[in-house]
Unconditional design. Structure first.
Length: 322
């Protein structure tokens, strides 16, 4: 999965099972477009330090990415909770933060201003980052991305309370290497959302579009249609242009219904290997096409071999999106 950080101009969140016969009869528009995703929940994270007032917090040990759990014993679920705790504080405040899945205690002397005490940091609620659209249904206006879920700072599946998708463009690529997954770096192409996110699951993040995604619909392939052998993926790794690249499906795991690992695939396209080195963060959700059918999405990369990774069956994404 691509690495999720704060939303800035540059980026480094009752189920009815559809039968195979219903899924196979569907026609969906395959994606490949890169999008910025903003997933809201009840987590509050340090996004940046204020240049003039952030020195004390930085020197006290607070870091970008710290998830603030409490301030002076007040449990934090929104930036307003931080302001509430600071307004009632006298002198030094005690923060409990989560960092790398471990809790840390930090004491900070807030900056006194006319608007009240300030920590001198910018906060964000939820998680933002870059992903790739897998499919779009022009009839329902639903779309799917990632092929896997987004976790909160505790490593648990984020409980989505609100979310939006935005047009994005790739401005640079950090090439993948053995032991060091690469990454797409993207920028917003507009401030207005192109869709509202409604569900975060371990099989993908799903939304409803406010504008249509364009393209030629393809039939949906069931898991039984997937074969070992050649296929293609659609991704955006330069600018905003969707390109199709060759891959090879090496193995099939039909019973791995919830892990996003139904297929093992290998990047064979020389152009993609030259640009990215293989599968990089931000390509999660890239649609997989075989024999004229939309069969799945790229989900993971092998850390020790960026040319190889996993994909999920499209029927598993559609089941989760319902």
């Amino acid at each position: 999965m691509k690495k999720f950080i704060s939303r800035t101009p540059i980026f480094i969140l009752c189920v009815w099972l559809l039968s195979v016969s219903v899924n196979a009869a569907r026609m969906l528009i395959p994606g490949g477009q890169v999008v910025a995703l903003e997933l809201g929940d009840n987590t509050v994270t340090v996004a940046a330090f204020d240049e003039t007032m952030g020195a004390a917090a930085r020197q006290a040990g607070l870091k970008v990415g710290d998830h603030i759990l409490s301030v002076n014993g007040v449990e934090i679920g929104s930036p307003d909770d931080v302001r509430y705790a600071l307004d009632r504080a006298e002198g030094t405040v005690k923060l409990t933060v989560l960092r790398n899945k471990k809790t840390t205690k930090i004491q900070i002397d807030p900056q006194v201003t006319q608007d009240g005490p300030k920590l001198g940091v910018y906060l964000k609620q939820g998680i933002t980052g870059v992903g790739t659209v897998t499919w779009y249904d022009p009839d329902s206006k639903k779309f799917g991305t990632l092929g896997h879920g987004v976790n909160n700072p505790k490593g648990e599946l984020l409980t989505l309370t609100s979310g939006s998708a935005y047009d994005a463009t790739v401005v640079s690529v950090r090439k993948g290497a053995c032991g060091n997954p690469g990454q797409l770096l993207g920028a917003l192409r507009g401030s207005e959302p192109i869709g509202a996110l409604y569900k975060n699951t371990n099989r993908g993040v799903f939304g409803r579009a406010v504008k249509d995604f364009t393209g030629e619909p393809l039939p949906v392939g069931a898991g039984k249609d997937v074969k070992v052998g050649p296929a293609t993926i659609r991704s955006t790794v330069q600018g905003d242009k969707v390109q199709e690249y060759s891959v090879e499906i090496l193995k099939i795991y039909p019973n791995a219904s919830g892990a996003g690992r139904n297929m093992l695939l290998h990047i064979t396209d020389p152009a993609l290997l030259e640009i990215t080195g293989g599968i990089v963060q931000g390509m999660s959700g890239s649609p997989i096409i075989q024999n004229g059918k939309l069969i799945g999405a790229v989900t993971h990369v092998l850390v020790n071999d960026p040319t190889t990774g996993y994909g999920i069956f499209i029927e598993n994404m559609l089941d989760a999106a319902a």
